[in-house]
Ligand binder design. Sequence first.
Ligand SMILES: [Zn+2]
Length: 245
Amino acid sequence: MKYGFVKLLTVLVVAGLLGAFAARPQNSATSAAQSRGLNIVVIDPAHGGTDPGARGVGGIRESDIVLDLAAQVRHGLEAQGFQVIQTRSTNENPSFDDRSARANAQSGAIFLTLHISSTGLPGTVRVYTMPDMVLPPTNGGLIPWEQAQAPYLSLSRKLGDAVQGELTQRFKGSPANTQTAFVRQLRTTAAPAIAVEISSVTIQDKADLDRMLPGVAEAIMRGVVAFRPSYVTPTVPGVAPGAKP
Ligand SMILES: [Zn+2]
């Protein structure tokens, strides 16, 4: 009986230490279990509200098309058992930090930001991840909000290559591998995170772009499913909540 009590105390102390290390809320057995694998996909239809994004001559607005694409990606991922969270589902424009915050509040999540470019070969699709980032020194077990992506870069590139590979099979002329680019939205996201960009709004007929969306959505779904087994919650500190601007 006494031994049992000591053992329980030890478990509580260990749990307490783990809790102190992880800045994210781990307030239930469910969230602890979920943190062991990839369960949640946060989809970010970029732009919106007062920001239409890229615009084509025919009145095509990036902000509208990425919303349509998000709905299709969501449908495909939910059919595979993923929980999907969208940073917006109407014509509104949350801030970069609000969008990242949706992902940073989850355990076992990845983040996909969706764009339509105004450049590039029409009919192709590119995946971007952040360029190399210096892993910041942790401050009391937390990393600065502004560098939240740093510990996740290698996983982001693995995810990016899985998705790009599927896209390139369907959309000839797309690059073979993930490119790197400074994408503001990715920098503050504490999860494997990629940007998917379709070319382009300069297409004459919006129907040509609409016809691409189911293939893009399926490629993203297949890439995420292929990536799923290699997802491990990195042993990284949480993001300092106080550092959020
Ligand atoms: Zn965009």
